[in-house]
Design a protein around this ligand. Structure first.
Ligand code: PHE
Length: 349
């Protein structure tokens, strides 16, 4: 039986020796051999450790703790080195097959259509104010598209929205999203707050400002005291957010729609010159953005809402127009030509 200090010295020697071997080893096979030579059943360390049982309790404790520490240190270092060697091996293999100096392959990532991006922005903005999204069919009846909105069969204002009539059933591709106002007021009880984006169709000769199909968004608010001041406030705050421009101011200019009274054209200060006057706004300082007004009492009666109890406003505009104003685009047809040279400029509007 060794003196306890001798035993400790012997274990320490094995520790130093194996750590050194581990450090200088350069392959996994050698590491396995080191492991076996230390921890193998009839190997030096195991033999020494089997001596521990002959010591008194106090010494057993000291020797036990010490040897456990040594065993842990050796296995940890073995594992560390093994991981390192494996990594090196993988890297070596990779280098054989990959030429890191070769030019990469770029991914041609598409982008969302600028109109869709604008609709998303509009919807998110109004959702923030508690509006929910509504929709209606693109093929409408004459009643939903016109008559319910005070545009009787022979009303001259129909001329502004000529479309492709299908005579038999009084159905037609809708000319504006205002039909969604009617559908919503019939299906929901006030208070109402909706935003309704969608496609509309008109019989147009196509030019820089007209296409036979385009997009609109319709807003409708019905409540007991909703008034023009609310309309202006909500639109001002929303457009500031949509254009990401705090300086925008709105102007309500008198206009006419048979379904609103009073009716307005909504103008915004020109985004380019901030109202000073420039080429984009034809030196007016203002650009026309959308139509709006307080809902006509007869329209409320048409959908069984009592105009004595409820009032509200509606507004409608074109997302194309907003994208054009924001990006100084002067031809609306560009949106529908699928030309990637144009579209790929709108990774983010
Ligand atoms: N429907 C109108 C248009 O297409 C816009 C509008 C909507 C006007 C709501 C007033 C109220 O031009």
């Amino acid at each position: 039986m060794y003196d306890i200090n001798d035993l400790i010295d012997k274990i320490e020697l094995i520790r130093k020796d194996s750590l050194k071997k581990i450090q200088t080893s350069d392959n996994i096979e050698t590491l396995k051999k080191i492991y076996n030579s230390v921890f193998g059943k009839d190997k030096e360390l195991s033999l020494l450790l089997s001596e521990i049982r002959n010591y008194n309790i106090q010494d057993k404790k000291t020797l036990g703790e010490f040897s456990n520490k040594v065993k842990k240190e050796i296995t940890d270092k073995l594992f560390e080195k093994e991981t390192l060697l494996k990594k090196e091996l993988v890297n070596k293999e990779l280098l054989k097959t990959i030429d890191v100096t070769m030019p990469g392959i770029s991914n041609n990532i598409g982008s969302i259509h600028p109109i869709s991006q604008m609709i998303d922005k509009i919807v998110k903005t109004f959702e923030y104010f508690g509006f929910s999204v509504a929709s209606g069919p693109e093929i409408e009846t004459d009643w939903f598209c016109f008559q319910s909105l005070n545009l009787d069969i022979n009303h001259p204002a129909r001329d502004m929205q000529d479309t492709f009539y299908i005579k038999e059933n009084h159905i037609l591709p809708r000319t504006h999203t205002s039909s969604v106002q009617i559908r919503t007021m019939l299906s929901e009880k006030p208070p109402i707050r909706i935003i309704a984006p969608g496609r509309v169709y008109r019989n147009e000769n196509q030019d820089q400002r007209h296409t036979f199909m385009f997009y609109q968004f319709e807003g409708l608010v019905i409540d007991k005291t909703t008034n023009i001041k609310d309309l202006k406030n909500i639109l001002t705050t929303s457009l500031k957010n949509i254009f990401n421009n705090e300086k925008i101011e709105l102007r309500l200019r008198h206009s006419f729609f048979p379904y609103t009274e009073p009716s307005f054209e909504i103008d915004a200060t020109c985004l380019l010159c901030n109202g000073v006057g420039c080429r984009v706004c034809s030196n007016k300082g203002w650009i026309e953005l959308m139509g709006a007004g307080m809902i006509h009492p007869q329209v409320l009666r048409n959908v069984n809402i009592d105009p004595q109890e409820y009032q509200g406003f509606a507004f409608g505009g074109g997302p194309e127009r907003l994208v054009m104003v924001k990006n100084m685009i002067d031809d609306t047809r560009l949106f529908y030509e699928n030309d990637l040279r144009f579209l790929s400029q709108f990774k983010k509007i």
